[in-house]
Design a protein around this ligand. Structure first.
Ligand code: SR1
Ligand code: MG
Length: 419
């Protein structure tokens, strides 16, 4: 395809003819486009996603649409998000090698990325709903969050490079604006695109009537839009992770921006907690065993994050922040400084965690964990536990001791009849 041609959305029928000369497809799919098989499998909210198979193998072709797929062309969205996704993927690949799919080709004009087809990986959210375990998941995710947080910050990066990157990604305006509205704002008032499960009225009234809670959430939003600590994935939920029974990768960083180091791990933990609270609707006899496994994943992800972050602190602290010249070279251990940085990260993480637990039940774009529960009364009871725990996390983010305390809180809310 001539990348100078103006943008046109691909279709199953046009893709072979339009991409047949792209070397990456010839190499990874096969030279004869006439025998390519194309399937559109996008189940996310924004983009087209094709699996292209041929005599040699398969690739994923992801193309941005000029509007929000979930809503339609009444909500236009810039194609340039593919440019930021591509640059986020290259940085994540450098900061945590092997953690993201390999990129074969990028076409800016067509807003498309050709990448590795992951097999037999499936979206992690599907595995959590099905009650399947993934070995090594927590180690992988904790490491990914720590490496991308640390290596994308001025704890590690040369300051001019980091500032150039902040400037580059600052051009990604409309995508973070979705997060600013849907995640941080809409859940807390009767916004136009909101929806919620019947029966949640009393819990929602309590949240929206809690001015102190809204202040905490707005403080976090202020932090999110003004703190450019590191390059965050920006949408790290269980739909942005693909897993087999023992291997995982992170996908879909189009919500990339420079933001707080605790953002990704907080959003991630929220999605594990929502998987946890929704389990009674999906499980039979093995309910408590599988729920405990999910909590263990949260605790182990936090442990893996801390261990990797402390390791990078000791071995890769080459940036302007907390330099050895101020600490080790003066005979001062920097462990207390690392503790303080981690405490700030965890404060942000637990607040973001509570906010994400709210938005997936109250604003646009709910998650399948709850949404696929057909029994509306049961769904409301489970979502009510999740919403109440979210509020508790936001209120107490400053004083939560550790991830084990969050797991204990989840067990308590899981026993409560909030409605
Ligand atoms: C309009 S986009 C809605 C949601 O889908 C994406 O995956 C993000 O989570 C966003 O908030
Ligand atoms: Mg996505």
């Amino acid at each position: 395809m001539n990348s100078n041609t103006s943008y046109e959305a691909l279709s199953v029928d046009t893709l072979p003819q339009r991409l047949r000369d792209v070397p990456a497809l010839v190499q990874h799919v096969g030279p004869d486009a006439a025998v390519w098989h194309v399937q559109e499998v996008g189940d996310g909210n924004l983009n087209l996603v094709f699996i292209v198979s041929g005599s040699v193998g398969k690739v994923i072709v992801k193309q941005a649409l000029p509007y929000v797929r979930l809503v339609g062309d009444s909500w236009p969205l810039p194609l340039y998000r593919a440019f930021y996704e591509y640059h986020a993927l290259t940085r994540q690949a450098a900061r945590d090698p092997g953690a993201v799919p390999e990129i074969y080709h990028f076409d800016e004009a067509q807003a498309l990325i050709v990448m590795e087809f992951l097999a037999p990986h499936v979206i992690l959210r599907r595995k959590l709903i099905a009650g399947e375990k993934v070995a090594g998941l927590a180690d992988f995710l904790g490491r990914f969050c720590a490496r991308t947080a640390f290596r994308g910050s001025e704890l590690s990066m040369p300051s001019p490079d980091k500032k150039a990157d902040v400037a580059l990604f600052a051009g990604n305006v409309e995508i973070p604006a979705i997060t600013e509205a849907l995640v941080f704002t809409d859940p807390y008032f009767d916004a136009e695109m909101n929806s919620h499960t019947d029966g949640l009225g009393p819990v929602i009234a309590q949240l929206r009537g809690d001015a102190a809670l809204k202040i905490k959430v707005q403080q976090m939003l202020q932090h999110f839009v003004s703190n450019t600590e590191t390059m965050v994935h920006g949408d790290l939920h269980s739909g942005s992770i693909m897993s087999t029974d023992s291997d995982s990768r992170v996908i879909d960083p189009e919500f990339v921006q420079y933001g707080p180091m605790g953002f990704d791990i907080g959003m991630l933990c929220a999605n594990f907690l929502m998987a946890y609270f929704s389990q009674p609707a999906h499980r039979g006899a093995d309910l408590s065993e599988y729920q405990e496994w999910i909590l263990q994943v949260i605790a182990d992800t936090a442990r893996s994050f801390e261990a990797e972050f402390r390791h990078l602190w000791a071995t890769e602290r080459t940036g302007i922040l907390y330099p050895a010249s101020l600490f080790e070279d003066q005979g001062h251990d920097s462990a207390a400084a690392c503790d303080a940085v981690l405490a700030g990260i965890w404060h942000d993480a637990w607040a973001v965690c509570g906010i994400e637990m709210h938005r997936r039940c109250l604003s646009l774009a709910h998650n399948a964990d709850f949404e696929e529960v057909a029994d509306v009364a049961l769904r409301a009871r489970l979502e009510a536990r999740n919403l109440s725990m979210g509020a508790e996390l936001i209120h107490t983010a400053d004083t939560i001791a550790d991830a084990q305390a969050v797991c204990a809180l989840a067990r308590n809310f899981n026993r409560k009849d909030v409605l």
